[in-house]
Design a protein around this ligand. Structure first.
Ligand code: SF4
Length: 382
């Protein structure tokens, strides 16, 4: 079943490592909400007319939205789309926004899953990352949402930062487990171009992330999560049985989704990807122009790419191997026998080295393989 993604492009402050699309200038939010509502109206036919399995409000920081703004967005979603009764409706939230009043308002919306950007429970790590919250808010946000009855929770954590010792990383996981959170996403710190972190590294103000440290902490993570009964169902994602993220799982399994908002990406479930202009002002003026004449999509508003057969193969290899469902050889045969042949010829070396495992016609990365996931995928590409 298809999914709907809404990108809310505002943040209180810029985290040093982040290269997502957002603005810290919060004025004209009203215009942005109206543009997002308009875009949903203009593009509702882009999704198959079956009930949506998931709605995801990401960003940016959707928890910055007021109660009225959220109501406006959700009333439009429910007016325009059919939403499955048991749909997963996620909102990304930052700990500093999750005060008691905001949580009470959230309980009045259709949101039934919260994704909290904790990143670390250590003050030093949070300062290094320039997060807007502190270590106390990291904890109280979880306590407040759990007290309010939000069971379906996920938190993001970052490892491999220069300030994160192995001991602190173990402590971060221990705290997450103490709260009995059913889903945890963990990412290694990376230095992305055009971020404050890239600038600091270039100037020698902070060291580059240490690859050995990241590998060690990823191994620590896999060991602890396995011991605690979590499924490592995607390379960065761990869930208790039955608590997989449905929205993200749909991405990884090639289901269609419609992305609304500046910089949002869409996929038709076959071979067409598109993405909205990653600029708030241009997005809003483009949508306003489109609304004036719905027969003409303004140039520069949405870019589109039709994947070639080779690109589809590469994407499938890259994504499928990173998941618990693995890569299905029959699926490759359906793409063309030459792809299945290419894959099996290249995969042998990784089967021998213990980086891949094969059960019947299904291939997955082993834990050793997960440490080299990107390099292995590139080797299997056409
Ligand atoms: S809050 Fe999230 S989207 Fe905003 S700057 Fe930080 S990491 Fe990026």
């Amino acid at each position: 079943m298809p999914g709907l993604y809404l990108h809310i492009p505002y943040c209180k402050q810029a985290c040093h490592y982040c290269n997502f699309h957002f603005s810290t200038t919060l004025h004209n939010r009203e215009g942005m909400i109206e543009a997002i509502v308009q875009e949903m109206k203009l593009r509702r036919a882009a999704l198959p007319s079956v009930p949506l399995a998931s709605v995801y409000l990401g960003g940016g920081t959707p928890s910055l939205l007021t109660h009225e703004e959220l109501n406006r967005i959700f009333s439009t979603i429910y007016e325009l789309f059919s939403i499955s009764e048991d749909a997963e409706i996620t909102l990304e939230a930052n700990p500093d926004d999750l005060n008691l009043e905001a949580i009470r308002h959230l309980k009045d919306t259709p949101v039934n899953r919260l994704s909290i950007g904790i990143q670390s429970f250590s003050e030093e790590d949070l300062r290094f990352m320039n997060r807007a919250h502190n270590a106390i808010e990291a904890r109280t946000s979880i306590e407040y949402v759990q007290d309010a009855g939000f069971e379906n929770l996920t938190i993001d954590l970052i490892y491999g930062t220069p300030t994160t010792t192995d001991r602190q990383w173990a402590r971060n996981m221990e705290i997450a487990l103490e709260y009995d959170i059913p889903h945890i996403s963990c990412y290694a710190l990376t230095v992305e171009p055009r971020t404050a972190l890239a600038h600091f590294v270039k100037k020698g103000k902070v060291p580059s992330p240490d690859e050995d440290q990241a590998v060690r902490q990823f191994e620590q993570l896999m060991d602890i999560m396995e011991l605690e009964g979590f499924e490592h169902y995607e390379i960065s994602n761990f869930a208790r049985p039955g608590w997989h993220a449905r929205h993200n799982s749909s991405y990884w399994r090639g289901k269609p989704y419609l992305g609304i908002g500046p910089a949002a990406h869409s996929f038709d479930g076959d071979r067409t990807r598109s993405w909205n202009v990653p600029n708030n002002a241009r997005y809003m003026s483009g949508i306003n122009l489109w609304a004036e004449d719905p027969s003409k999509v303004p140039p520069d508003l949405i870019e589109e790419e039709v994947l070639t057969d080779d690109q589809r193969y590469n994407e499938y290899v890259m994504t499928a191997l990173r998941t618990i469902w693995g890569l299905d050889l029959e699926h490759l045969r359906q793409m063309g026998r030459r792809y299945a042949n290419h894959f099996t010829a290249r995969a042998d070396v990784f089967l021998d080295s213990g980086h891949l495992l094969c059960e019947g016609e299904n291939y997955r990365l082993t834990n050793a393989g997960k440490l080299l996931a990107d390099r292995i995928a590139v080797d299997l590409f056409v």
